[in-house]
Design a protein around this ligand. Sequence first.
Ligand code: GLC
Length: 619
Amino acid sequence: MTDRTIWEEEFSNRFKKHEEELRYLYCELYHNDTQAYDYFMSMLYRLWQERPESLKKIDRAREAEPDWYKGNSLTGMLMYVNAFAGNLKGVKEHLDYVEDCKVNYLHLMPLLESPEGRSDGGYAVSNFRKVQSNLGTMKDLRSLATECHKRGISVCLDYVMNHTSEDHEWAKRARKGEKEYQDRYFFYDNWDIPNRFEQTVPQVFPVTAPGNFSWCEEAKKVVMTTFYPYQWDLNYANPVVFNDMTDNMLNLCNHGIDIIRLDAVPYIWKQLGTNCRNLPQVHNLIRIMRMVTEIVCPGTLLLGEVVMEPSKVVPYFGSVEKPECHLLYNVTTMATIWHTVATQDVRLLSHQMEQVFSLPKDYTFLNYLRCHDDIGWGLDYPFLSQFGQSEVPHKKYLNDFLTGRWPSSFARGELYNDDPRLGDARLCGTTASLCGIEAALDSDNKEALERAISLDTMLHAFMFTLSGVPVLYSGDEIGQENDYSYHDNPLKADDSRFLHRGDLDWNKVARRNKRGTVESKIFKNIGKLEELRDSHRAFDSTADTWLEETGNPSVIGIGRYFKGEKIVSYFNFSDRMQSIWLLKPEKYVNLITGKKHNLPYADIEPFNFKWFGAEEFGA
Ligand code: GLC
């Protein structure tokens, strides 16, 4: 056991709180390997010692206010450093714009060293201690984080923990035949065991990277590659892997990263005969990581990337006594929103909201409309089946609509990993293009354009109405359209997710200040929504939430109440005007116009919404 007599008090106190559980879980996972555990503990202490005092101050403040990320004051934005401003220094220079977007949580997409053309958008890391040279240095990262902290902005970064690039030092040594390094991955002499895995493990990229294993010619062995063949799965049953990867994670925290996005976390434990997703050991590892951050850097949040159905997502919050992730993506709600755009029918969305509203308010979701990934159609098909809708034809309809193939569609998107065998294609596109802005501009149709802007705004209003942390995708604040240039780039052409990963167009950004432009309308609308959300406590993420009956299949109503303030909101997903009765005899003020609304009904324009504050409830 490491010599605790020399541990400083702060570390020691935090450790004591978790000691018993930490030791138990670690020793259970690693078969009482006390040597590994001792190393792990001394590593934690070293990282705590190395942690800059400025970050320790933030830790202490957040420890004193552990709910700092709840409430209604965080608004996020995710961006690729190069697409936004070329490199890390560029991002730092453009922080005024970030503030102009009223954003105080900045998610920088993967920026660590990753081989060009074999990087999966940066998700194949070859060095966890080095920034991609075209983006800058670790020093630049630290300096950007420091400047963000000065401005009250938290920084989020991906921690790609399931795999390394095949160019990572460990992979290179494994390839050369060093057993110690092969043991950090899953290596097999022949295809016997891999073939047995294939019987129970689904495929992530059935078209762009079929299968879960690849042949490594140099080692003359088979290696597990759940994602792309150049992404080698790490073996977390080996304590050396967990120790060194935890060291890598904490090193990022010590560079000023506040929010660690746990990439592809359900996949990190593999076991023959299972689907290798969400295994109990994954939860033990995340629980350990949560305790680790509470000991070394308690100002840090863990954001789990669990792109699965709700029953698989929610367990990643852990329990009140034993929490795991602080934040999780509200992925089913996101996909259901786009289903509702395509169908103009809110029944599934209402059902989904009911499920979310029934969860403990302590569970904080990250809400989003679009991110760097495709939209997967993980909808509640058993619920849809009561309306005669079944999975394969329904997905086909959604994809037809959102790619613009459906005759009445206004959307412009592209399929992703279209696997005709399974009828399981997913979808790509920016919010603006999916909402019809691109098609309306192309056909110079002013009426369609206004409607598309309205839909885009309404979807943002819907996102801001949900409890949790809303995160914009950079470019959405000015209605950026799809970028088709990736088709001409041989390194990207196979992956349609690049459709919505285009460079931010700074000429368009400049037009946000020019009256009457699409950019100015969307920017102003979103800004207004952000201001209202920030200034009304009913948007607090721990508010009471419920569905407001609308009796209208195209209009969903959501009520919120917190500390004496009540807001009811209505979203019309149809392309026609809808009227709804306001069932409660309350006096409302329309939060957007500031005007009183005393009528017993409300008319809601096509693709539009109302945010009503109930006057007697303080709004
Ligand atoms: C996550 C990322 C995705 C990437 C995958 C593999 O799902 O969001 O972009 O392809 O992990 O690292």
